[in-house]
Design a protein around this ligand. Structure first.
Ligand SMILES: [Zn+2]
Length: 327
């Protein structure tokens, strides 16, 4: 492997801000893949023809998506494995055994690595427990979220990702519930043995989807002190409202001033979970990427990109703003 470890890279280049890619799931949808199914953007990879037919249309679409994000300036990119937990895959596709599941993940990761080349960083993306019950935007984990066995849910995907050298960083994305956050933070280096980050799913009024404030989250970290897993490289927000995202990140920074941050908001449109469509954002007083990126960097962001409904065009704007505002 010719890449420097991302941990070392971030430590040795303290002023560097890495540009992340955009929302792969919605981008694949924009490009004509029908992702409306329980495994969402994993769907093209589940079909055997994706692997056997090198000229398959879906294969071309995924490849071009990565190429366009790279051309826009992305330096760190993600696998499309948000809805690819063993539970989601085994309950909703013909892939039933752990062996078949590992083969699927290995293929997705190798394909993504081939698309982006050896030099770029690759994130193994993992949706939260709530993703398989559509709870990542309301944080509703039922009556006893403290009793959920989060580790058992994540373990097959984590075991695979930890063993895969093509992945530089693990991303726990869109975490909406404080019990899930506490569970992830309770796992030590033996369990989470590779660099990882946590992206929180935060309401536009600035609290975690389950109502936990950023101050409370700051206190959780403070109470852990030096027991926080050294592989936790960044904390941040993803798929949060574009316009509200700078103040949310600033609030996290205020509570945890030494924590390196990651931010990749959605486009600002709002997903109607009943009608399953994206509704336009209220464009009054909408911020620009330039304004947003400047505030992120001032608040300690080290990785900046976009989540759902952001496109290579957004990544280009982010990339220009990062050049302008990072030292
Ligand atoms: Zn998203």
């Amino acid at each position: 492997m010719t890449r420097q470890s991302i941990k070392e890279y971030l430590q040795q280049n303290p002023d560097k801000v890495l540009v992340l890619d955009g929302g792969q799931g919605t981008e694949l949808e924009n490009r004509g893949i029908n992702v409306a199914n329980p495994v969402w953007s994993t769907i093209p990879f589940v079909s055997e023809s994706f692997w056997s037919d090198k000229s398959s249309n879906d294969r071309q679409i995924v490849k071009e998506m990565f190429e366009d994000f790279l051309a826009a300036g992305a330096e760190i990119l993600m696998t499309t494995t948000y809805q690819t937990s063993f539970k989601s895959v085994s309950e909703n596709t013909d892939i039933k055994t752990l062996q078949e599941y590992n083969e699927l993940l290995n293929r997705i990761v190798s394909f993504s690595r081939d698309c982006i080349g050896e030099q770029k960083y690759l994130i193994g993306c993992i949706g939260p427990w709530g993703a398989h019950v559509c709870a990542e935007f309301n944080g509703d984990y039922g009556a006893h979220p403290e009793n959920i066995d989060y580790y058992q849910y994540f373990k097959p995907q984590l075991d695979n990702f930890f063993a895969n050298e093509n992945l530089d960083l693990i991303g726990f994305e869109t975490v909406p519930n404080v019990n899930e956050l506490k569970a992830i933070l309770s796992w030590d280096e033996k369990i989470l043995s590779k660099p990882f980050y946590i992206g929180l799913s935060v309401h536009e009024n600035g609290v975690l989807r389950d109502g936990t404030t950023m101050e409370e989250i700051g206190n959780i970290f403070k109470s852990l002190g030096n027991k926080v897993n050294p592989n936790l490289l960044l904390l941040g927000i993803n798929c949060v409202s574009f316009n509200h995202s700078p103040s949310i990140l600033e609030d996290i920074h205020k509570n945890l001033p030494d924590m390196p941050l990651i931010a990749y908001p959605n486009s600002g449109e709002v997903y109607d979970t009943v009608k399953k469509i994206w509704l336009p954002q209220n464009s009054e007083n909408s911020l620009t990427w330039e304004q947003v990126v400047k505030r992120y960097i001032e608040a300690g962001a080290r990785i900046i990109g976009g989540c759902c409904r952001t496109t290579p065009k957004d990544i280009l704007e982010i990339s220009k703003a990062v050049k302008k505002f990072s030292k």
